[in-house]
Design a protein around this ligand. Structure first.
Ligand code: GDP
Ligand code: GDP
Length: 436
C-alpha cells in the first residue's frame, strides 16, 4: 500500500518548516549522524489516527536564482504535481498578502484538494484574524499555531479526510520492484534500455495506479520485474526539474515504492554528497540496495582499479556495507548481465525468514564467545531472539534492559547474524525489548 502524499505550500516565513517538523516529529536518523551529511529534510513521513502519509515541505525546494514570486509559484506547481492533498499555509499575523493571492491562483488551476491553514494564531483573541482568509476561496480556514502546537489535530483531521481511497501498488508480492537512483547523466535511462534490450522482454508502459508514476514491467526466466518510475528519468521540461532538491524528492518517492534500490554512480565522476544522502535514505527506509558503478568503459584500468574504487565506495557508504557492488557499462553492455542476478539476490535476502531455533543458537553462541561489556556494573542479558518481519528482516531481541544494548554490541550481533545467514544486499533491523 503506497502512502498518500501531503505537500505544504505558502509564501516564506508563514511557518511551513515549523509545521513540517511538528508533523514529522523527532525521528532518529542514523544517516544524519554521518559526518558530511547535512540535515535538510524536505520529505518525511507522518502519522495521524493510524493513517500513515508522506509529507513534503515545498518551501525547502529553492529554484536557483528565480525571483521571489516565481519561486513560490514553482513550489505550488510541485505540490500540485507530487501531492494528493495540499496544505496551503498562511499567517494570521500578517493577514492576507499579495503573495498568498499569487499562490491561490496557481492552486485554483489544480484539481487536488487544498486545506487552508492560518498559522501563528497563538491565542484565542487572534482567532478573528482568520475571517479575512475566506476571501482566498478555499473554504473554512483552520487556525493553528506551530510554535504552540495548537490546532494541528484539526488540521490533520481535515487533511486525512481528503486522502484518496486505496492507493495501491497492484503488483503481486512475488514481483520484484526496483528503481534506479542517481544524479542526472549517470546513465540510468541507458541502463534501463540495456536491461530491456538484451532480453526478449515484454515492455509495457503502464500508467501506475499511483498518480503520475509510470512503471515499466518485464519478465525474465519466469520472474516478474517492475522498474519503478522510469518516467521520472524522462524530462518533461519544467523549470524545477533540474534542481537538486526536486530530483532528490523524485528519488525518495521512487525508493518508497521499491523493494530494491540501485544506487547508480558514474565511474568518471566518483561519489558526491547527494549520492550519499539518497543512498542513506534507501538504507533508512529499509530497502535492499545494490551499488552500480556505470561508465566503467571510460576508465583507464589496471588490475587494481576495481579494488581501489571499491575501497572508495566502502569508505563513503559505510552504512551500506551489506550492498553488493557491480562495475559495468550501459553503453558497451559489458557486465550488464551481472545486474539481474544481484537484484534477485538482494530481493531474496530482503524477504528471507530464518528459523527461530537456528537464530537463537547463532546469537547465544555469539554472546557466549563475547558477552556484552558491563555498564555501571550491570550487564546486558539476552534471553531470546525472534524474527518479527521481512522487507527488511527485523529481529526483536528480548533483554533485561534495552538501554544496555549499545550500538557497538548491536553491530556485533548483526554481524554474527549476517555471517550465519547471509543477508547480502539488505539492511537488517535489531530491536531490543525488555522481557516482561
Ligand atoms: P517557512 O519559511 O514558511 O518555512 O517558516 P518557518 O517555519 O521557518 O517560520 C518562520 C518564522 O515564524 C520562524 O521565526 C518561526 O519561529 C515563526 N513561527 C512559526 N510558527 C509560528 C507560530 O505559530 N506563531 C508564531 N508567533 N511564530 C511562528
Ligand atoms: P540518466 O540521466 O541517468 O538517465 O543518464 P542517461 O542514460 O541519459 O545517460 C547520460 C549520458 O551518458 C548519455 O550521453 C549516455 O550515452 C552516456 N552513457 C550512459 N551510460 C554510459 C556508459 O556506460 N559509458 C559511457 N561512456 N557513456 C554512457
Amino acid at each position: 500500500m503506497a502512502k498518500p502524499i501531503v505537500a505544504i505550500v505558502g509564501r516564506p516565513n508563514v511557518g511551513k518548516s515549523t509545521i513540517f517538523n511538528r508533523v514529522v516529529g523527532e525521528r532518529i536518523s542514523i544517516v544524519e549522524d554521518v559526518p558530511g551529511v547535512t540535515r535538510d529534510r524536505i520529505y518525511s513521513s507522518g502519522e495521524w489516527l493510524n493513517q500513515e502519509f508522506n509529507i513534503i515541505d515545498t518551501g525547502g525546494i529553492d529554484i536557483g536564482d528565480e525571483p521571489f514570486l516565481a519561486q513560490i509559484r514553482h513550489q505550488a506547481e510541485i505540490a500540485i504535481d507530487e501531492a494528493d492533498v495540499i496544505i496551503f499555509m498562511t499567517s494570521g499575523r500578517e493577514g492576507v498578502t499579495s503573495a498568498d493571492e499569487e499562490v491561490s491562483k496557481i492552486l485554483y488551476r489544480s484539481k487536488k484538494p487544498v486545506v487552508l491553514a492560518v498559522n501563528k494564531v497563538d491565542n484565542p483573541e487572534m482567532r478573528e484574524s482568520i475571517y479575512d482568509f475566506y476571501a482566498l476561496g478555499f473554504g473554512d480556514p483552520i487556525p493553528i499555531s506551530g510554535s504552540h502546537g495548537l490546532g494541528l489535530g484539526d488540521l490533520l483531521d481535515e487533511v486525512i479526510k481528503h486522502f484518496p481511497e486505496g492507493i495501491i501498488d497492484d503488483y503481486d508480492d512475488e514481483t520484484i520492484k526496483f528503481s534506479l537512483i542517481g544524479r542526472p547523466n549517470v546513465g540510468k535511462s541507458s541502463l534501463v534500455n540495456a536491461l530491456l534490450g538484451e532480453e526478449r522482454v515484454i515492455v509495457s508502459d503502464i500508467a501506475g495506479t499511483t498518480r503520475d508514476a509510470i512503471d515499466t514491467t518485464y519478465s525474465k526466466e519466469g520472474q516478474e520485474y517492475v522498474i519503478i518510475d522510469t518516467a521520472g528519468m524522462r524530462k518533461k521540461g519544467k523549470v524545477y526539474e533540474t534542481t537538486e532538491k526536486y530530483s532528490v524528492l523524485r528519488a525518495l518517492k521512487a525508493i518508497e515504492r521499491s523493494d530494491v534500490v540501485l544506487v547508480v554512480l558514474n565511474a568518471e565522476e566518483g561519489i558526491i554528497e547527494q549520492d550519499k544522502k539518497i543512498a542513506g535514505y534507501a538504507h533508512e527506509a529499509g530497502r535492499a540496495v545494490v551499488i552500480v558503478v556505470n561508465k566503467w568503459d571510460v576508465i583507464d584500468k589496471d588490475e587494481k582499479t576495481m579494488k581501489e574504487f571499491e575501497g572508495k565506495i566502502r569508505d563513503n557508504f559505510q552504512f551500506l556495507d551489506y550492498a553488493p557492488i557491480t562495475f559495468l557499462s550501459a553503453k558497451t553492455k559489458k557486465r550488464t548481465h551481472t545486474l539481474l542476478p544481484m537484484i534477485n539476490l538482494a530481493s531474496e535476502n530482503h524477504a528471507m525468514r530464518v528459523q527461530t531455533n537456528v537464530l537463537n543458537d547463532v546469537v547465544m553462541d555469539a554472546v557466549a564467545m563475547n558477552p556484552a561489556p558491563t555498564d555501571k556494573g550491570v550487564r546486558l542479558r539476552i534471553y531470546y531472539v525472534t524474527q518479527v518481519a521481512v522487507k527488511p528482516p527485523t529481529f526483536v531481541v528480548f533483554v533485561n534492559d534495552p538501554e544496555l544494548m549499545h550500538f557497538s554490541y548491536e553491530r556485533f550481533l548483526e554481524n554474527r547474524i549476517r555471517d550465519a545467514f547471509g543477508f547480502e544486499g539488505t539492511p537488517i533491523k535489531l530491536i531490543a525489548r525488555a522481557r516482561k
